[in-house]
Design a binder for this molecule. Structure first.
Ligand SMILES: Nc1ncnc2c1ncn2[C@@H]1O[C@H](COP(=O)(O)OP(=O)(O)OP(=O)(O)O)[C@@H](O)[C@H]1O
Ligand SMILES: [Mg+2]
Length: 244
């Protein structure tokens, strides 16, 4: 579904990614693990067209439908079915929860994406995130940080995307909500949603993922099936903490 080959990207003179290659097969969950500043968010920004790669290829889609997206603008990439739930909360503060979710479905309402049943999907999104259900008429800016985080994730799903990028969906959440976020990710996975996941809780990410990549200083230092990475002594020592 997503294939990244030899990607170089950064910010002006600051080079962050030095030739990384990542594959995200359809209906799989792939996680990207790495320390602060390793380049995880930069990778997601390059995929969604927020920054322009300096070299390499990114393709999205399958077989004859595969398209190079590394030179496209963000809105064109979104039309191909990429939803990005970015780091930090990015909701429309002066709009209600429901309106934020409807905005997620915008490409479908304008027929840039297959329309499907938007209303039914809105109900499904709200059922999936019970905290949002109780607050559906509230202005998004008055939600707690954790609730806004969930809204950003629910809004990404409302696009009915081919691929979802989740950048630290559990950031700043209380432990009980972190559990809920991972439960929701598992739930989406069982519905066949393809995801690239970045999470500070690497052990939990490897539990829900099929495959993982370890990013160190802008290079892929290791990759493999999630179950293997979970048991890899060097991954354990560096990223999974003593208790795992
Ligand atoms: N807009 C920017 N301009 C210049 N440098 C940036 C910018 N955004 C990020 N960087 C730098 O790029 C490097 C990689 O940052 P990135 O946000 O991709 O890391 P990350 O792996 O997502 O880290 P974290 O786990 O802390 O979110 C860092 O050294 C960071 O300072
Ligand atoms: Mg980041």
């Amino acid at each position: 579904m997503l294939s990244i080959r030899n990607l170089h990207a950064g910010y002006g003179k600051v080079k962050v990614l030095h030739g990384i290659s990542i594959d995200v097969p359809k209906a799989s969950v792939v996680t990207l693990i790495g320390s602060n500043g390793a380049g995880k968010t930069t990778t997601m920004r390059a995929i969604s067209g927020m920054i322009r790669p300096s070299a390499g290829e990114i393709t999205m889609g399958i077989g004859a439908n595969a398209k190079r997206i590394d030179a496209l603008e963000s809105h064109r990439i979104a039309r191909l079915g990429l939803a990005h739930s970015p780091e930090g909360r990015r909701v429309f503060a002066t709009m209600s929860v429901t309106d934020n979710l409807m905005l997620g479905a915008f490409p479908r309402l304008t027929s840039a994406r297959p329309r499907g049943d938007v209303k039914a999907d809105l109900e499904r999104a709200i059922e999936m995130f019970p905290r949002l259900k109780e607050r559906r008429h509230q202005l998004a800016g008055t939600l707690s940080g954790g609730e806004q985080q969930m809204l950003a994730m629910a809004r990404a799903i409302m696009m009915n995307p081919e691929l979802v990028l989740l950048d630290e969906p559990s950031m700043g959440l209380a432990p009980i909500l972190v559990e809920e976020v991972f439960r929701i990710i598992g739930n989406l996975k069982s519905q066949g949603v393809t995801m690239l996941l970045v999470e500070q809780f690497a052990a939990a990410a490897l539990n829900v993922a099929d495959y993982g990549y370890v990013l160190e200083n802008g290079k892929i230092a290791a990759h493999g099936p999630a179950a293997e990475l979970r048991n890899d002594p060097s991954v354990k020592a560096a990223y999974l903490g003593a208790s795992h």
